[in-house]
Design a protein around this ligand. Structure first.
Ligand code: XIL
Length: 377
């Protein structure tokens, strides 16, 4: 072998060694380690993941995350489908999965106006329940569920989406039957049922000033009543230019100032065209609209992928910049294929909102948020 040949072989060997090291290093990267000093990081889990039907997704969760939220199985319609019937099969599986993996388990959600059957608010003659009867039903629901997972579920989204964009209570059956203190009552019962569990208020658009101020009032009101509230979750169903930086900063600062935790509880970033922008637009043919609203059925073009990556990076950098104030970031799902955004707000779209792609591979956004953490001292 000539000297030149030897040199080439050595260079090749070094190159291969470097590449292997890199692969191993990347393979070892786990979000829960990267963000350990900053916040808990997690995902919402569907039943396929915990029941063993989607083992590749389960593997991602076990490796990457240290907190899990029930995507659907603890919602009223699933866990309490009939008046005298609770169904704990799926919720038990979810909690067992979290316990087995020593994760911080979040129960989602006790009191909400969606995904709840109509019977919950009426008596046997379909008449709206009285305040007292509704309170009794609410108490039974909360005691049964929180009681069952006492000491296991560490934090509960006690009330979800009670406020509207104007900063008032939304017109829900909860408000109609019980009155404004339905929120306080829910927190009171949840605390009685498990005094050690953390209790949260959870909602979307809390960056919008009127809604943010309403959330601040809500927390203050609970605190003034001497009730336990540990945190406020902003859902984080975000887009390419929403929320704006100043509003998100103001939300984190104002909730943080109340001495409660700030959490991003349902994060995903929607890169697809905003459906409401097309309402009333000059598009007559349905097929055309379908195409316009669902443009990336065969994959994201590079420049769009880059935009999504940059947006993830920017938002994580912003959350990290509020040192210590954000206590948890939970993604609303594990990988793109099973995200709820494939079917909302438009059915049957091909969506790209999460950190893992349709083939369970980490996306550029995954590496970008790791970089954002590395840049944060
Ligand atoms: C969504 C689930 O992801 C879907 O699977 C289900 O069909 C509808 O609900 N805000 C919430 C979540 O608080 O519970 C919702 O989850 C998404 C919006």
């Amino acid at each position: 072998m000539t000297k030149i040949e030897l040199l080439i072989v050595i260079c090749l060997a070094l190159f291969l060694f470097g590449a292997v090291c890199n692969v191993v290093k990347i393979d070892k990267l786990a979000l829960k380690d990267v963000f350990e000093k900053h916040f808990l990081i997690g995902a919402a889990l569907n039943d396929d993941i915990v029941s063993g039907k989607d083992p590749q997704a389960a593997e991602i969760v076990e490796k990457q995350f240290n907190t899990v939220t029930a995507e659907n199985v603890m919602k009223w319609e699933k866990i309490h489908p009939k008046l005298n019937k609770y169904d704990f099969d799926a919720s038990d599986r979810f909690v067992d999965f979290g316990l087995k993996n020593k994760m911080f388990i979040i129960g989602h959600t006790l009191i909400w106006q969606s995904q709840i059957p109509g019977w919950a608010f009426v008596d046997s003659s379909k008449k709206l329940l009285s305040r007292d009867a509704m309170l009794a039903r609410m108490r039974d629901h909360i005691f049964t569920i929180v009681g069952r997972y006492k000491g296991k579920v560490k934090g509960w989204d006690v009330v979800n989406e009670a406020l509207n964009d104007e900063g008032e209570f939304g017109k829900t059956k909860w408000l109609e039957t019980i009155g404004k203190d339905f929120v306080a009552k829910a927190f009171e019962y949840a605390h009685e049922a498990d005094p050690k569990a953390e209790l949260y208020y959870n909602d979307f658009s809390l960056d919008k000033p009127a809604k943010r101020d309403a959330a601040v009032r809500l927390v203050k009101d609970l605190q003034a009543k001497g009730l336990r509230i540990d945190g406020v979750g902003i859902q984080g169903h975000w887009g390419m230019d929403y929320p704006i930086r100043e509003d998100l900063d103001a939300f984190i600062d104002s909730i943080g100032a109340l001495g409660v935790k700030v959490m991003v509880t349902e994060m995903d970033i929607d890169i697809l065209p905003v459906a409401s922008n097309y309402m009333g637009a000059d598009i007559n043919i349905k097929v055309d609209l379908q195409k316009k609203l669902n443009p990336y059925v065969d994959g994201l073009p590079d420049e769009v992928q880059k935009k999504l990556t940059d947006r993830y990076s920017e938002l994580f950098a912003q959350l990290l910049a509020h040192k210590g104030k954000v206590s948890r970031v939970t993604l609303w799902g594990v990988y793109d294929k099973t995200s709820w955004l494939n079917n909302w707000p438009v059915r049957g779209r091909t969506s790209y909102p999460l950190l893992f792609d349709r083939n369970y591979q980490p996306k550029a956004a995954f590496y970008a948020i790791i970089k954002a953490a590395e840049k944060t001292k």
